[in-house]
Write a protein that binds this ligand. Structure first.
Ligand SMILES: [Zn+2]
Length: 329
Protein backbone atom coordinates (compact mmCIF):
# COMPACT_ATOMS: atom_id res chain seq x y z
CA UNK A 1 0.00 0.00 0.00
CA UNK A 2 1.33 3.44 -0.87
CA UNK A 3 1.35 5.54 2.26
CA UNK A 4 1.08 9.25 2.70
CA UNK A 5 4.35 10.67 3.95
CA UNK A 6 4.45 11.32 7.66
CA UNK A 7 4.64 15.04 7.07
CA UNK A 8 1.51 14.91 4.91
CA UNK A 9 -0.33 12.94 7.61
CA UNK A 10 0.61 15.51 10.23
CA UNK A 11 -0.37 18.49 8.08
CA UNK A 12 -3.67 16.86 7.13
CA UNK A 13 -4.67 16.33 10.75
CA UNK A 14 -3.55 19.80 11.81
CA UNK A 15 -5.49 21.32 8.95
CA UNK A 16 -8.60 19.33 9.89
CA UNK A 17 -8.62 20.65 13.45
CA UNK A 18 -6.95 24.01 13.28
CA UNK A 19 -5.20 26.49 11.06
CA UNK A 20 -1.96 25.97 9.24
CA UNK A 21 0.64 28.69 8.94
CA UNK A 22 1.13 30.05 5.44
CA UNK A 23 4.28 28.04 4.97
CA UNK A 24 2.64 24.85 6.25
CA UNK A 25 -0.33 25.42 3.97
CA UNK A 26 1.97 25.69 0.93
CA UNK A 27 3.83 22.53 1.82
CA UNK A 28 0.51 20.78 2.52
CA UNK A 29 -0.82 21.64 -0.94
CA UNK A 30 2.39 20.49 -2.58
CA UNK A 31 2.54 17.18 -0.69
CA UNK A 32 -1.15 16.51 -1.24
CA UNK A 33 -0.74 17.04 -4.99
CA UNK A 34 2.39 14.88 -5.07
CA UNK A 35 0.63 12.04 -3.28
CA UNK A 36 -2.37 12.27 -5.58
CA UNK A 37 -0.06 12.04 -8.60
CA UNK A 38 1.62 8.92 -7.22
CA UNK A 39 -1.72 7.27 -6.54
CA UNK A 40 -2.86 8.10 -10.07
CA UNK A 41 0.25 6.50 -11.50
CA UNK A 42 -0.34 3.38 -9.36
CA UNK A 43 -3.83 3.16 -10.84
CA UNK A 44 -2.45 3.33 -14.39
CA UNK A 45 0.05 0.60 -13.51
CA UNK A 46 -2.60 -1.72 -12.17
CA UNK A 47 -4.75 -1.03 -15.24
CA UNK A 48 -2.09 -1.58 -17.91
CA UNK A 49 0.26 -4.11 -16.30
CA UNK A 50 -0.98 -7.65 -15.86
CA UNK A 51 2.34 -9.46 -15.62
CA UNK A 52 3.87 -10.08 -12.17
CA UNK A 53 6.46 -7.30 -12.22
CA UNK A 54 8.20 -6.83 -8.89
CA UNK A 55 7.31 -3.28 -7.80
CA UNK A 56 8.25 -1.28 -4.73
CA UNK A 57 6.53 1.97 -3.80
CA UNK A 58 8.17 4.83 -1.92
CA UNK A 59 11.59 3.41 -1.34
CA UNK A 60 14.10 5.25 0.79
CA UNK A 61 17.55 3.75 0.33
CA UNK A 62 20.63 4.47 2.36
CA UNK A 63 24.04 3.52 1.04
CA UNK A 64 27.45 4.88 2.00
CA UNK A 65 26.00 7.96 3.64
CA UNK A 66 23.82 8.69 0.64
CA UNK A 67 20.08 8.71 1.07
CA UNK A 68 17.76 8.57 -1.87
CA UNK A 69 14.02 8.39 -2.20
CA UNK A 70 12.17 6.93 -5.17
CA UNK A 71 8.44 7.05 -5.84
CA UNK A 72 8.35 3.64 -7.47
CA UNK A 73 10.65 0.88 -8.68
CA UNK A 74 9.60 -1.56 -11.39
CA UNK A 75 11.81 -4.53 -12.23
CA UNK A 76 11.72 -6.31 -15.56
CA UNK A 77 14.26 -8.91 -16.63
CA UNK A 78 17.71 -7.49 -15.76
CA UNK A 79 16.55 -3.88 -15.55
CA UNK A 80 15.59 -1.91 -12.47
CA UNK A 81 13.61 1.18 -13.40
CA UNK A 82 13.58 4.04 -10.92
CA UNK A 83 10.53 6.23 -11.32
CA UNK A 84 10.13 9.80 -10.21
CA UNK A 85 6.58 11.15 -10.43
CA UNK A 86 5.82 14.86 -10.70
CA UNK A 87 2.31 16.23 -10.49
CA UNK A 88 3.22 19.64 -11.91
CA UNK A 89 0.74 21.68 -13.81
CA UNK A 90 1.54 24.51 -16.18
CA UNK A 91 4.46 25.02 -18.53
CA UNK A 92 7.85 23.49 -17.87
CA UNK A 93 10.88 23.69 -20.13
CA UNK A 94 14.21 21.93 -19.90
CA UNK A 95 17.00 23.75 -21.72
CA UNK A 96 20.76 24.18 -21.16
CA UNK A 97 20.71 21.71 -18.29
CA UNK A 98 18.11 23.58 -16.31
CA UNK A 99 14.37 23.48 -15.70
CA UNK A 100 12.19 26.53 -16.10
CA UNK A 101 8.62 26.91 -14.89
CA UNK A 102 6.88 29.71 -16.77
CA UNK A 103 10.34 31.07 -17.69
CA UNK A 104 11.46 31.06 -14.06
CA UNK A 105 14.52 28.97 -13.23
CA UNK A 106 13.79 26.09 -10.85
CA UNK A 107 16.25 25.69 -7.97
CA UNK A 108 16.46 21.89 -8.42
CA UNK A 109 17.31 19.96 -11.51
CA UNK A 110 14.91 17.01 -11.33
CA UNK A 111 16.99 15.11 -13.90
CA UNK A 112 20.03 15.46 -11.71
CA UNK A 113 18.08 14.03 -8.76
CA UNK A 114 17.11 11.04 -10.87
CA UNK A 115 20.67 10.59 -12.16
CA UNK A 116 22.00 10.66 -8.63
CA UNK A 117 19.48 7.99 -7.61
CA UNK A 118 20.57 5.88 -10.60
CA UNK A 119 24.26 6.26 -9.74
CA UNK A 120 23.82 5.27 -6.10
CA UNK A 121 21.56 2.31 -6.89
CA UNK A 122 23.94 1.07 -9.61
CA UNK A 123 26.91 1.42 -7.27
CA UNK A 124 25.07 -0.47 -4.52
CA UNK A 125 24.23 -3.38 -6.83
CA UNK A 126 27.73 -3.45 -8.37
CA UNK A 127 29.32 -3.57 -4.92
CA UNK A 128 27.27 -6.66 -4.14
CA UNK A 129 28.18 -8.19 -7.53
CA UNK A 130 24.67 -8.03 -8.82
CA UNK A 131 24.56 -7.47 -12.52
CA UNK A 132 21.51 -5.33 -13.25
CA UNK A 133 20.90 -2.35 -15.46
CA UNK A 134 19.46 0.72 -13.71
CA UNK A 135 17.27 3.12 -15.64
CA UNK A 136 15.45 6.29 -14.71
CA UNK A 137 12.04 7.48 -15.81
CA UNK A 138 10.62 10.89 -15.09
CA UNK A 139 6.85 11.02 -15.19
CA UNK A 140 4.67 14.11 -15.48
CA UNK A 141 1.36 12.69 -14.37
CA UNK A 142 -0.76 15.83 -14.62
CA UNK A 143 -2.64 16.03 -17.95
CA UNK A 144 -2.63 19.80 -17.53
CA UNK A 145 1.12 20.13 -17.80
CA UNK A 146 2.98 21.29 -20.87
CA UNK A 147 6.49 19.89 -20.92
CA UNK A 148 9.14 20.95 -23.45
CA UNK A 149 12.53 19.27 -23.45
CA UNK A 150 15.08 21.01 -25.65
CA UNK A 151 18.24 19.21 -24.51
CA UNK A 152 19.09 15.60 -25.27
CA UNK A 153 18.58 13.49 -22.16
CA UNK A 154 19.24 9.81 -21.46
CA UNK A 155 16.29 9.46 -19.11
CA UNK A 156 12.88 8.56 -20.43
CA UNK A 157 10.46 11.40 -19.84
CA UNK A 158 6.77 10.65 -20.01
CA UNK A 159 3.94 13.10 -20.10
CA UNK A 160 0.47 11.89 -19.19
CA UNK A 161 -0.58 10.80 -22.67
CA UNK A 162 2.60 8.76 -23.18
CA UNK A 163 2.24 6.68 -20.01
CA UNK A 164 -0.21 4.02 -21.32
CA UNK A 165 1.98 3.11 -24.30
CA UNK A 166 5.08 2.92 -22.13
CA UNK A 167 3.31 0.59 -19.70
CA UNK A 168 1.90 -1.57 -22.49
CA UNK A 169 5.39 -1.92 -23.97
CA UNK A 170 6.72 -2.97 -20.60
CA UNK A 171 3.95 -5.53 -20.33
CA UNK A 172 4.68 -6.98 -23.77
CA UNK A 173 8.38 -7.25 -23.02
CA UNK A 174 7.88 -8.92 -19.68
CA UNK A 175 10.57 -11.36 -18.59
CA UNK A 176 10.99 -12.84 -15.17
CA UNK A 177 13.66 -11.03 -13.18
CA UNK A 178 16.77 -12.98 -12.15
CA UNK A 179 17.03 -14.60 -8.72
CA UNK A 180 20.39 -12.97 -8.10
CA UNK A 181 19.55 -11.37 -4.79
CA UNK A 182 18.85 -7.85 -6.08
CA UNK A 183 15.74 -7.68 -3.90
CA UNK A 184 17.58 -8.66 -0.71
CA UNK A 185 20.23 -6.01 -1.34
CA UNK A 186 17.53 -3.36 -1.87
CA UNK A 187 15.63 -4.55 1.21
CA UNK A 188 18.74 -4.53 3.39
CA UNK A 189 19.45 -0.91 2.47
CA UNK A 190 15.91 0.34 2.79
CA UNK A 191 15.36 2.65 5.73
CA UNK A 192 12.05 3.82 7.20
CA UNK A 193 10.75 6.92 5.47
CA UNK A 194 11.30 10.27 7.17
CA UNK A 195 9.33 11.22 10.26
CA UNK A 196 8.30 14.83 10.11
CA UNK A 197 10.16 17.26 12.33
CA UNK A 198 6.99 19.34 12.70
CA UNK A 199 5.93 19.37 16.33
CA UNK A 200 2.61 20.51 17.73
CA UNK A 201 3.13 22.52 20.91
CA UNK A 202 0.87 22.05 23.93
CA UNK A 203 -0.46 25.55 23.34
CA UNK A 204 -1.38 24.81 19.75
CA UNK A 205 -2.85 21.44 20.73
CA UNK A 206 -5.16 23.16 23.20
CA UNK A 207 -6.55 25.33 20.38
CA UNK A 208 -7.37 22.42 18.06
CA UNK A 209 -10.96 21.25 17.60
CA UNK A 210 -11.86 18.43 19.95
CA UNK A 211 -13.59 15.14 19.36
CA UNK A 212 -14.36 12.73 16.56
CA UNK A 213 -14.89 14.05 13.06
CA UNK A 214 -16.76 12.42 10.23
CA UNK A 215 -14.43 10.51 7.93
CA UNK A 216 -16.68 11.27 5.00
CA UNK A 217 -17.28 15.03 5.22
CA UNK A 218 -15.00 16.17 8.05
CA UNK A 219 -17.79 17.57 10.22
CA UNK A 220 -17.32 17.51 14.00
CA UNK A 221 -21.08 17.48 14.52
CA UNK A 222 -21.51 13.83 15.49
CA UNK A 223 -24.42 12.01 17.07
CA UNK A 224 -23.51 9.11 19.33
CA UNK A 225 -25.56 5.98 18.79
CA UNK A 226 -25.36 2.75 20.72
CA UNK A 227 -23.08 1.00 18.23
CA UNK A 228 -22.15 3.75 15.84
CA UNK A 229 -21.09 7.38 15.66
CA UNK A 230 -23.31 9.18 13.17
CA UNK A 231 -22.63 12.35 11.25
CA UNK A 232 -25.29 15.02 11.66
CA UNK A 233 -24.18 16.74 8.44
CA UNK A 234 -23.91 13.98 5.85
CA UNK A 235 -25.57 11.02 7.58
CA UNK A 236 -22.67 8.62 7.24
CA UNK A 237 -21.80 6.44 10.21
CA UNK A 238 -18.93 4.46 11.62
CA UNK A 239 -18.71 1.72 14.28
CA UNK A 240 -18.02 3.27 17.66
CA UNK A 241 -14.95 1.10 18.22
CA UNK A 242 -13.40 2.22 14.90
CA UNK A 243 -14.26 5.89 15.33
CA UNK A 244 -12.64 6.06 18.77
CA UNK A 245 -9.58 4.10 17.68
CA UNK A 246 -9.19 6.24 14.57
CA UNK A 247 -9.36 9.39 16.67
CA UNK A 248 -6.72 8.15 19.11
CA UNK A 249 -4.45 7.57 16.09
CA UNK A 250 -5.10 11.15 15.00
CA UNK A 251 -3.95 12.40 18.37
CA UNK A 252 -0.93 10.10 18.02
CA UNK A 253 -0.11 11.56 14.61
CA UNK A 254 -0.35 15.16 15.80
CA UNK A 255 1.62 14.48 19.01
CA UNK A 256 3.96 11.91 17.46
CA UNK A 257 6.79 13.01 19.74
CA UNK A 258 4.97 11.84 22.91
CA UNK A 259 3.67 8.51 24.15
CA UNK A 260 -0.11 8.20 24.47
CA UNK A 261 -1.35 9.19 27.91
CA UNK A 262 -4.90 8.72 29.18
CA UNK A 263 -5.27 12.30 30.31
CA UNK A 264 -4.13 13.89 27.05
CA UNK A 265 -6.33 11.57 24.99
CA UNK A 266 -9.38 12.37 27.11
CA UNK A 267 -8.73 16.08 26.54
CA UNK A 268 -8.38 15.50 22.81
CA UNK A 269 -11.85 13.93 22.71
CA UNK A 270 -13.35 16.77 24.73
CA UNK A 271 -16.25 16.65 27.15
CA UNK A 272 -18.83 15.12 24.84
CA UNK A 273 -17.33 11.68 24.67
CA UNK A 274 -17.52 8.83 27.12
CA UNK A 275 -14.35 8.70 29.20
CA UNK A 276 -14.83 5.11 30.33
CA UNK A 277 -15.21 4.01 26.72
CA UNK A 278 -12.05 5.90 25.66
CA UNK A 279 -10.08 4.12 28.40
CA UNK A 280 -11.54 0.80 27.31
CA UNK A 281 -10.52 1.36 23.68
CA UNK A 282 -7.00 2.36 24.70
CA UNK A 283 -6.66 -0.87 26.67
CA UNK A 284 -8.18 -2.92 23.90
CA UNK A 285 -6.10 -1.79 20.93
CA UNK A 286 -2.97 -0.03 22.17
CA UNK A 287 0.21 -1.38 23.71
CA UNK A 288 0.96 -0.19 27.25
CA UNK A 289 4.47 1.14 27.71
CA UNK A 290 4.96 1.22 31.40
CA UNK A 291 2.85 1.01 34.48
CA UNK A 292 3.48 3.68 37.06
CA UNK A 293 0.35 3.17 39.06
CA UNK A 294 -3.09 3.03 37.53
CA UNK A 295 -3.29 6.71 36.67
CA UNK A 296 -0.12 6.99 34.65
CA UNK A 297 -0.50 4.23 32.11
CA UNK A 298 0.98 5.24 28.80
CA UNK A 299 0.81 3.53 25.47
CA UNK A 300 3.21 3.23 22.56
CA UNK A 301 2.65 5.95 19.99
CA UNK A 302 3.26 4.86 16.42
CA UNK A 303 2.57 8.46 15.38
CA UNK A 304 0.62 7.63 12.24
CA UNK A 305 -2.90 7.37 10.90
CA UNK A 306 -5.32 4.54 11.71
CA UNK A 307 -5.02 2.73 8.36
CA UNK A 308 -1.24 2.42 8.78
CA UNK A 309 -1.22 1.90 12.54
CA UNK A 310 -3.63 -1.01 12.27
CA UNK A 311 -2.71 -2.31 8.83
CA UNK A 312 -2.22 -5.77 10.32
CA UNK A 313 -5.60 -5.88 12.03
CA UNK A 314 -7.81 -4.32 9.38
CA UNK A 315 -9.72 -7.64 9.22
CA UNK A 316 -11.11 -6.98 12.66
CA UNK A 317 -12.26 -3.48 11.75
CA UNK A 318 -13.76 -4.69 8.48
CA UNK A 319 -15.78 -7.25 10.43
CA UNK A 320 -17.25 -4.67 12.78
CA UNK A 321 -17.97 -2.47 9.77
CA UNK A 322 -20.12 -5.30 8.40
CA UNK A 323 -21.77 -5.87 11.75
CA UNK A 324 -22.67 -2.18 11.81
CA UNK A 325 -25.06 -2.77 8.93
CA UNK A 326 -26.86 -5.48 10.92
CA UNK A 327 -27.13 -3.36 14.02
CA UNK A 328 -28.58 -0.50 12.05
CA UNK A 329 -31.32 -2.62 10.50
ZN1 LIG B 1 -20.25 13.66 7.50
Amino acid sequence: MRKKSHQLQWLEEMNQRGELTKEEANIYQRLKLGYKGEVNFDKLCSYFLDKPFPMIDDVTLSYQENILQMDKIIVNDHTITLIDIKNYHGQYTYVNNAWYAQQKLLPHNIYEQLRRAKRITKRLLDDFHINMKVEGVLIFINPQSEITIKDEVAETTLTYEKIPLWLMNLNENYRKCPANGWDTVIQNHTIPSYQTDYICSEKRLAQLKKGIHCQNCGSFDMIQGRYTINCASCGSNEPKDTAYTRTICKYGTIMHHYPLKNKAILQFFGDNYNKIYIRKILKKHFIPQKNIGKKNIQYTNKGCLFEYWFEDSLDYFQKIEQRKLWNNN
